[in-house]
Design a protein around this ligand. Sequence first.
Ligand code: NAD
Length: 416
Amino acid sequence: MSKVKGGARLERQGKTSYEWAKSHMKILDNTISRLKKRGNGKPLRGVTVGLCLHITKETSVLLMGLKGLGAEVACCGGNPLTTQDDIATFLASQGVHTYAWSTETQKEYDWCISKVLGHKPSILVDDGADMNIMAHFDPRFAKLDIKGATEETTAGVNRIRAVQRQGKLRYPVILVNEAHTKHLFDNRYGTGQSTIDGYLRAMNLLMASKRVVVAGYGWVGKGVAARCRGMGSRVVVTEVDPVRALEAFMDGFDVEPMSKACRTGQVFITCTGMRDVITKEHIDRMPDSAVMGNVGHFDVEIDSDYLLNRSRSVRQVRPSLDECVLKNGKKVYLVGKGRLANLVAAEGHPPEVMAQSFSNQLSSIMHILENYQNMKNEILNVPESIDRQVAVDALGAMGVRIDRLTKEQSEYAESW
Ligand SMILES: NC(=O)c1ccc[n+]([C@@H]2O[C@H](COP(=O)([O-])OP(=O)(O)OC[C@H]3O[C@@H](n4cnc5c(N)ncnc54)[C@H](O)[C@@H]3O)[C@@H](O)[C@H]2O)c1
């Protein structure tokens, strides 16, 4: 379901974007070809898959792949504001049940998730756990026969772990984010690059010489900090974990508490997955013209309510950039309303890296379907064989060959 006008033009544009992404997602093609060897080429016939993923050109390649394998597919966006309307229109034209448009409110976003669950999926693919949480705790969906689910991102992994800790997990959930070939590449290089893309499109200012404050030095923060340094920015990292703070410092970044960094930073990028990282007090102390935004999964890292609802005035000065005149007279700027700046202001991760993440997703879906009868209602990692196969495919796609252990080396590794 799309609320967007301009159907035929958007559909053509979406198709071209889908084709462009697909041509750079060889790894996913390999996974699909491998799975096609089972079940007469349609191993997912009779299976309904419900997905809550950012609707981007890369996601359309996964969804069309699932359809090609015989699945019934229903999808919604992974966050309000992260849907690309041309892709949603294209997917709907291809028979994917699509509940997504780019300007969704939080209420509409929740409604879209409920519509996907209304298709009675037996497999859920989630990004941030909103769909899994609804499937677990909304009485309307208590009777759904869900065989299992997968989770794409760190924020969702943390929430699913909390559900498991309370002993309330209703079905097995594979934590795709925890695969090496996911978080080491998608979170770091994918978010690193697309965050720069989002900030540049939003502000189009010089990154060289800017004092950029990166909050959080996890996989996302490492990628963002490295890319900002590559652009010539002077990067300051804030952290709460002493080991990661030490790592950032030894990687050559300044490390400061936010209470200090907020006084001198010119550009702020939150990458923590934690709430209240940039508060009203930090915002009031920022230099005039500071630009801030968030690439953590939820819009809880920056006090965007203070900026958008309690400033003296607010106006949109560029697409995805709001100017907020604070009560103290300073002007500060917020990218993408404080939501995932790399998806709201740009297009999210590039296809090559999403091919790795989605190959893990697709193989994990198949793993659940083939094994759910023997699986407990618990969280699981992506099987190592899948993770390694994705790495082999990714190296192959990039034309990289590596050595193999000789028999003697294998024996040496096993000896004491
Ligand atoms: N924008 C995207 O496309 C995208 C892609 C992948 C992940 N994510 C999201 O980004 C967030 C981070 O993911 P990750 O994989 O880097 O997680 P991570 O757990 O590896 O890193 C988070 C880091 O933030 C630090 N942190 C927590 N609270 C903090 C605070 N108050 N101040 C400073 N640092 C703090 C933690 O110590 C940790 O080192 C999550 O919400 C994740 O879901 C977004």
